[in-house]
Design a binder for this molecule. Structure first.
Ligand code: 2AM
Length: 178
């Protein structure tokens, strides 16, 4: 089972993202947009684990995160990572970046002490909008007048799998922040 720990988006934020899509689309010739239901912010990408590991990772998340409070987060600028010929188009996190990095590092520390492996690259908090993107020659990246913000209330352990040929991120365990 392929799993990762991440933060879901409330539906009003998903709707806002849907509404800004037409401003971004002219910049992208080809690419795979993240389905609205799949939008999330990754904290730790763990990768392949066994069914038995799900319970121990869930307990580890409970123990590590039970004292954590809700916190505000906001997203503003559109950015791009170049991966060879293709790019990833993402929304960057403004408010809440340090909090996300902190949560990611405490989770990684606990996972490591329980001998789990995970993607060790330092977290650059972001929300992926488009994968495998081929960008237009003339980029006209929109700037938003106001930031998109909300209070983070939940953290999920997600299963990443195909359902009827559709990539689906399904919560397996949820932490409700205080
Ligand atoms: P991305 O959004 O930048 O593509 C599920 O695959 C989630 O885990 C995605 O959000 C993905 O990031 C993130 N992730 C981080 N490291 C990954 C890795 N090594 N392989 C696959 N996904 C990874």
């Amino acid at each position: 089972m392929r799993v990762f720990i991440g933060i879901p988006l409330p539906s009003h934020v998903k709707e806002t993202i849907q509404s800004i899509k037409p401003m971004i689309e002219p910049n992208i010739r080809k690419g795979r947009w993240t389905r609205l239901d799949n939008l999330h912010i990754t904290l730790v990408f763990i990768g392949e684990v066994s069914t038995d590991d799900i319970e121990s990772i869930s307990i580890l998340m409970d123990q590590t995160l039970h004292q954590q409070s809700r916190f505000p987060i906001s997203m503003a600028d559109i950015g791009m990572f170049n991966k060879g010929q293709h790019s990833i188009v993402w929304l960057g996190i403004n408010q809440g970046r340090e909090h996300l990095r902190h949560l990611s590092s405490v989770l990684k520390h606990e996972l490591k002490s329980h001998h789990y492996s995970f993607d060790e690259k330092p977290l650059v908090p972001h929300l992926t909008l488009v994968r495998q993107a081929t960008l237009a020659n003339d980029l006209n990246i929109p700037k938003f007048e106001s930031e998109i913000g909300w209070d983070v209330e939940e953290i999920h352990l997600y299963l990443s799998h195909q359902v009827d040929g559709v990539l689906t991120y399904q919560p397996l365990h949820t932490i409700h922040l205080k």
